[in-house]
Design a binder for this molecule. Sequence first.
Ligand code: GRF
Length: 202
Amino acid sequence: ARLVVLVSGSGTNLQALLDAIGDDPRGFGAEIVAVGADRDGIAGLERAERAGLPTFVCRVRDHATRDEWDHALAEATAAYEPDLVVSAGFMKILGRGFLARFGGRIVNTHPALLPSFPGAHGVRDALAHGVKVTGCTVHFVDDGVDTGPIIAQGVVEVRDEDDEGALHERIKEVERSLLVEVVGRLARHGYRIEGRKVHVGE
Ligand code: GRF
């Protein structure tokens, strides 16, 4: 399967995919064909360049409207003919144009146990709420914010001494292995989405 990965920051989820594929591309069942971002100068793009991958950057401010940005991102992504788009720490909401083109084939990872704590501050919100366990969710993207069908989740204990950074780092350890496991399974076995249920490899 051909993967396009979208990033906005450090790209450690991208790196986990690169490492898993690098070890055994045929076994993993997928290859990353390009990495896209919504901003320049991020480690995620450096990781892609270090791996010799094509990259593209679509910045909202370079476009007159949000729809035009969304269309440009879809065009740039489509050029690589992905089977799956993986949003790995991508911090923009994908619009209806992008969803029309890739809907049902976009996987996102979120650092909380959805449907709790959706949005850009899932770790901070969970901590502020005082939950004792949180975690991460890998799901298909639909037209809501972090509301699509859930594929897998991982649980992380919250410690009394945790601040947002420490908790997020611990979540990311679980998140990276969950994302690698899910993307590999989807790529190797295929999947079917029925309403909110995801059937992998049946
Ligand atoms: C991940 O925890 C992702 O869920 C969240 O931001 C983090 C991105 O990490 N949206 P990285 O860029 O993959 O290191």
